[in-house]
Design a protein around this ligand. Sequence first.
Ligand code: ADP
Ligand code: ASP
Ligand code: MG
Length: 461
Amino acid sequence: MKFGGTSVGDILQLQEITEIVRSYGTQRPVVVASAMSGITDLLLSTAQSALRNETAKVKEAIETLSRKHSHIAETLVTQPDIRDKLLGYNARLIELLYSIYQGVGWLSELSPRSLDAIASFGERFSCAQIAAIFKDAGISAEYVDARKLILTDADFGQAAVDFTATGTNIHKTLKPLVEKNIVPVVTGFIAATKEGITTTLGRSGSDYTAAIVGSALGCEEIQIWTDVDGVMTADPRRVNGARHLPEISYREAAEMSYFGAKVIHPKTMLPAIENNIPIRIKNTFNPSHPGTLISGKTNTGAGVVKNVTSIDDLALVAVEGNGMIGVPGVAARVFTALARIGVNVMMISQASSEHNICLVIPRKDQRRAADALQNEFAKDMAAKIIDGVRLREDVAIIAVVGEGMRGVPGIAGKTFTAVARANVSIIAVAQGSSELNISLVVDQCDVIRAVQAIHDEFMGK
Ligand code: ADP
Ligand code: ASP
Ligand code: MG
């Protein structure tokens, strides 16, 4: 049972999850939780303040963190021994965090490694607090720091998991607790290298932690408890008329989340698929709702298109020239040049005329990417094989996802017609040969209108 930031973000929610976990008592739950909502952002933005030596801002953030967590302990933990232990733990964390911020300021250095160490405090505060609240409410529970369980490489900010070592640790540590009917409360998002250096699994990574832990234990179901009734046909905060989906396949879920549906982290599906464990999205604020079941079943439910989603803040780079036609290796050189500088390519499109290869990348990387490609193709440009590298800023990808689209004619046509009716022009298009999704690139300013139009077309108003 994984509880996200809003589910553990305040007094009422923490009381609610205590009762939810109690109601699953006989099923021997394991809990994974995130930091309280807003805390990871606060920790990371304060790290930037520390780097700029903005001492007042750092002190204010430390004050906020201390006040927020003490308030929860004092309100929700009534037994003095449990409360004092929690308050003592919080005080030690606060002291350690403050020293780290001071270190950042003194050294004027903030590496990805330091950022991970700083970000880890959110889940450490939150999970120690949840375990204490459970114990106080009469549920046997134990706080477990995932840095002792989940081992990763040293790719700070998005570390890769060593599944063999992690599986062994999870078995050794969590199985005995579960067998004694103790609910482990495991920190989401954070992990460590085998040398014990703190890493993280990427923003929103607690979902992934839940899947890693659940799969290693061979659990019955991985539950992701959040603040919506489940996966919807679009982000309910952005699209009018978004509807609940009772069931989707692993691949649909992976595709939607990759293309921006924030409700579940894209990596969550990997361990679940491997062990064929169903994932269920549930609403902490509406626990009796069945939620959304994500499983290996394909073509579930009605509707060819299941979801319309978008990723914002991207840029498009195109390598163009008539001389490229039939010249082998251009695409390989484009990818190698970008891989060398660590730029993630989100989408690729090349027309069969081979006159142009276009790639969509995060906007923050646009300058570096354009420069790397200019350098790579400098000689080809001088020889007129390539006309140039073109950059288009401020674009977004829209993805139309659904397992049932495969082999059904007219989906692309309907999509393009809807976008045209909304008076939005399409900059580029891609469809994987799995026919699980159609992706379009539009200008950032058009994205909300286009997503709404496509949603209206397939799901009705
Ligand atoms: P948590 O803190 O529980 O991990 P998140 O904020 O990460 O919660 O994810 C839940 C949010 O995802 C919802 O509040 C909703 O706004 C957003 N969301 C985006 N796309 C979808 C979608 N297709 N279905 C449901 N929710 C979505
Ligand atoms: N607290 C982390 C974040 O905000 C991880 C998570 O919430 O899943 O990214
Ligand atoms: Mg999330």
